[in-house]
Write a protein that binds this ligand. Sequence first.
Ligand code: ACO
Length: 429
Amino acid sequence: MTDNTATLTIDGKSYDLEIFTGTENERSIDIQKLRAQTGCITMDPGFGNTGSCFSSITYVDGANGILRYRGYPIEELAEQASFVEAAYLILYGELPTPKQLALFRAMLAEHAQLHTSLEHHFSGFPKNAPPMAILSAMLNLVSCFHPEVLEVNSEGPEFDKTVALLLSKVRTIAAFSYRMAAGKPFMHPNPNLSYCSNFLHMMFSDPYREYIATPVVDKALNLFLVLHADHEQNCSTSTVRVVGSSRANLFSSVSAGVCALWGPLHGGANAAVIRMLEDIKLSGKPISHYLDMAKDKNHDYRLMGFGHRVYKNFDPRSIILKKRVYEVLDELQQQDPLLEVALELEEKTLKDDYFIERNLYPNVDFYSGILLRAIGIPLNMYTVLFAIGRMPGWIANWRELLEHNQRISRPRQIYTGEGSRPFVPLAKR
Ligand code: ACO
C-alpha cells in the first residue's frame, strides 16, 4: 500500500486499487471495479469496514471520541446551539445568521399543524399501538395530504418548505400519538412557542391548564435533540439512504428510518436501558449477576446502553449527558434512584475485563433516558424523541445522496444454499 494505491494479489495476479483520503486523513480503498476486474466481491456483514458514500455532514472519530456536525464539535453545539440552529447547520452546511434563523423558525411554526383529515387517522389506531409504528405510518401518510412533496428534489424553495414541513410535523405527530393513547384531546401547536416548548405544550397542556415548560426543561430537551441530530452512516441513516437510493420520496425514506431506529440495538436502546435499570433495582440482585448474564455466551442478555460500532473509547454524547443529568436533576430538585443504579453499573463495568477487552463503554442511550424521565417524558416516547432529533440528519443524508446522484444500493452476496436440483412432484414427496 502506498499513499495513493493499494495492491491486491489474487491467484498471482496483482491489481492496483486507488486510495481515497478524507478531510481527517481517513483512508479507503476503492473497490468499485473489483468484481468486474477480478470476479471477486468483498464480504463484510454489518458493513463494519465498508464505506457506502462520501459525506460532508458529520465526522465521527470513534478512537478519540470525536463528533462534529459540519466541522463544529458536539461539545460546543451542545453548550451553545438550540436544536433548530443545529438542524439548520446540518441541513444547509452553515450556522444560520439571525435573519436566516428567524425565517427558519417562522417556517417551522407555519407548518406545525396537521391536515384535519390526517388527524382523523389517529382514531384508527388501537390505544396501545406503539408510538414508533404510528410515527412511521403517519410520516408516510403526510405525503398523501401534500402530494407536491412527492416531486421534491434536493434544492430550491420547495425543498426548504418540505424540510420545514417534515421537521415541524414530526413533532406534532409524535405529541398526538401520545395524546391519542392517553385518551386526551389533541392540543394544537402554538406558533409563539419555541420548538421544544411547543412540543411539550402539545404533549402536556390541557384545555383547562396550559403546560408551560420551564427554561430548564426546554434546555434539557434541546440538548437531547442536538445530541441526536446526526451520527453519519448508522443503521437508520443508512436505511434512509438505501430507500432514497431508489429515488423514493423523502417521506417514505424517513419513515423507513423510523422503523430501523425502533430496534433495541439502535434507538430502541434508550427505553431498554430504563427497563434494565428498573429491573436491576427491583430485583435486589447484585450488579455482578447482570454482568455475568451479559458475559455468558449462552445467554442473549446484553447490557443496554453499552457498546458502539464506532466508539471504542468513549461516546462524547454520553459524557455530555451524564454531566447534564446531574445538573437537570439538581435544578428540578429531583432525585432519581435509577441514576444510582446506572452509576454503579457503569463503575463496575468499566473495571470488568470482559468489557475492557471489548471496548464496551456507555453510549448515548445510557444516560439519555434518565434525562427524559427527569423532564417527564413517558418511557414509550423515548425512541420517538430520538426520531425527532435524528430527522435533520436523515433529511441531510437523503439530500446529499441525490446531490451526489448516487447509484441505487444493491449489495451482493455469496450463495451457500443447495446446488441446482430437479423439481420433485408433490405425489413423490
Ligand atoms: N453487552 C454485552 N456484550 C456486548 C455488548 C453489550 N451491550 N455489546 C457488545 N458486546 C460484545 C459482543 O457479545 C461481542 O463479544 P464477542 O466478541 O465475544 O462475540 C463484542 O462485544 C462485539 O460486539 P458486536 O455485537 O460484534 O458489536 P457491534 O458493533 O456489532 O454492535 C451494538 C454494536 C449493537 C451497539 C452492541 O454493542 C449492542 O448490542 N449494545 C447494546 C444495545 C445498545 O446500547 N444499542 C445502542 C447503540 S447506540 C445507537 O444506536 C444510538
